[in-house]
Design a protein around this ligand. Structure first.
Ligand SMILES: *Cc1c(COP(=O)(O)O)cnc(C)c1O
Length: 465
């Protein structure tokens, strides 16, 4: 009998290590002040535990690094391309594969050929660059998350699903003819790392087929979604994560994938397609902007690391250990009195900063405030997902419409931190939770008009102002 939180051993040991920095409290205060209180402006060597992103931050294996030495850097038709191509074809089942240097390059190439100005792209939730790339071609991005997603505390297993009733209404409604694409993000990164069920993918696929609308996956975390399907959707209990992932790809007409996540590598991505004509259009765009269609902006050694990474990432022992490690961190944080979006996903935990810091109104950006405090107290870097990122501001950078929730995302890099590192994060949070009122709010000093969170600068606001 397996107890719920029995230690689950990762199926690897550590061979190469990288030092991390330990600044004292005064150094951290100076560093975050010089960064305009924006963690994106910190230097990596000012950070003890970096939970800003799980993208491109994972550790590679000895097999990947060994393979990298075999990288064939021929301009066209390199051996490394064929190894990558065969691995991706085998995983996805799509007849046409185009390599790209990262996910958003794939978005730009795909949407440029698939979407026309005035069309609508529907999604369970668009990722930020995906949203931007839809709108850059003159189309509109609309999110249709399932209603269960609005309850952060419920234990519903598939809160990443698309709202099928709303999708059907949109496809059958007066603007149905304008829908140029339905894009399902697995797992749903914008909404608490929640997975999408196979039943939801199947139903979406049928709806799209009936209405003759292309259905694509934004599958940056295809392996983690497959693991959550394996553990939460009873029909798939006996399926391997790899088989589940392949079945998910088969529900769609194609995919765009950032391999900086489940590719277990620092760069990479691909577009997978069934349609020959769409492939020809995308290929022309790719060659003009990314690189020839057998490398797409990637080096041969990157393609080699990715080909191995795509095998390692669907290893059940790896996925089980990674999911267990995130679940353990969630339990420690919850026991310390800090709520997280339930149930815990795999690549990140989302702290409910709005609930922890009721003394800070949305105008004082409680999520951002908690993120800064984690850096000030523990050298921990993370990302706000609240009103600073998603709210609307007036010309003086004052908040007009707050985000629905004030969250902080702790993204967990793959194979990088041990449970001891994560215990330190939980302990730092526990200290904050003992006296949350000492956390000060912030106001914006300057902000760029687009993708604000990357370059915004702020200053602390003392209580009562
Ligand atoms: C990271 C990500 C992207 C963009 O990929 P990049 O490799 O960062 O360009 C798109 N969609 C989702 C869901 C992602 O997580």
């Amino acid at each position: 009998m397996v107890r719920e939180f029995e230690p689950v051993l990762p199926p690897y040991r550590i061979k190469v290590v990288e030092p991390i920095a330990f600044l004292d409290a005064k150094q951290r205060r100076e560093a975050i002040e010089a960064a305009g209180y924006n963690p994106f402006n910190l230097r990596a060597d000012q950070i003890t535990i970096d939970l800003l992103s799980d993208s491109g931050t994972g550790a590679t294996s000895d097999a990947q690094e060994g393979a990298a030495a075999l990288g064939d850097e021929s301009y066209a038709g390199a051996r490394s391309w064929f190894r990558f191509h065969d691995e991706v074809t085998d995983l996805t089942g799509y007849p046409f594969i185009l390599p790209v240097h990262q996910g958003r390059a794939g978005e730009r190439v795909l949407f440029g050929s698939l979407l026309k100005p005035g069309q609508i792209c529907l999604s369970n939730t668009h990722f930020d660059t995906t949203h931007a790339n839809v709108e850059l071609v003159g189309a509109q991005a609309r999110d249709l998350p399932c209603p269960e997603a609005a309850d952060l505390d419920s234990a519903e297993p598939f809160k990443g699903n698309i709202d099928l009733a709303a999708l059907e209404r949109a496809l059958a409604g007066p603007n149905g003819g304008r829908v140029g694409l339905v894009l399902m993000t697995i797992t749903n990164n914008g909404l608490g790392a929640q997975p999408v069920s196979m039943a939801n993918l199947r139903a979406t696929s049928e709806l799209c087929r009936r209405h003759r609308v292309p259905f694509f996956l934004d599958a940056a975390r295809f392996a983690e979604n497959a693991w959550l399907v394996h553990t939460r959707e009873p029909e798939y209990r006996d399926w391997t994560p790899r088989r589940i992932a392949t079945a998910a790809f088969q529900y769609a007409d194609g995919c765009v994938v950032s391999l900086k996540k489940d590719g277990l590598s620092a760069v990479g991505g691909f577009i997978g397609l069934r349609d020959r004509q769409l492939h020809a259009a995308c290929e022309a765009n790719l060659i003009a902007t990314e690189g020839f269609s057998t490398y797409g902006g990637l080096a041969g050694h990157d393609l080699e690391r990715l080909a191995r990474g795509l095998r390692e990432v669907v290893d059940p022992a790896y996925l089980r250990a990674r999911a267990a490690s995130t679940a353990r961190l969630a339990r420690l944080i919850n026991e310390a009195g800090v709520d997280t979006v339930q149930p815990a996903g795999i690549h990140a935990l989302y702290l409910n900063a709005g609930r922890l810091l009721p003394h800070l109104s949305p105008e004082r950006f409680p999520g951002h405030s908690l993120g800064c405090q984690l850096y000030l107290d523990g050298g921990i870097r993370c990302a706000e997902l609240g009103s600073l990122y998603l709210g609307t501001l007036d010309d003086e950078h004052r908040l007009v419409t707050p985000a629905p929730f004030e969250l902080v995302r702790l993204a967990i890099p793959r194979r990088v931190y041990t449970d001891t590192h994560l215990e330190y994060v939980a302990a730092t949070l526990a200290d904050i939770a003992k006296d949350p009122e000492r956390v000060t709010g912030y106001r914006i000093v300057s902000a760029p008009p687009l993708l604000r969170h990357f370059k915004v600068r702020l200053e602390p606001v003392s209580a009562g102002t």
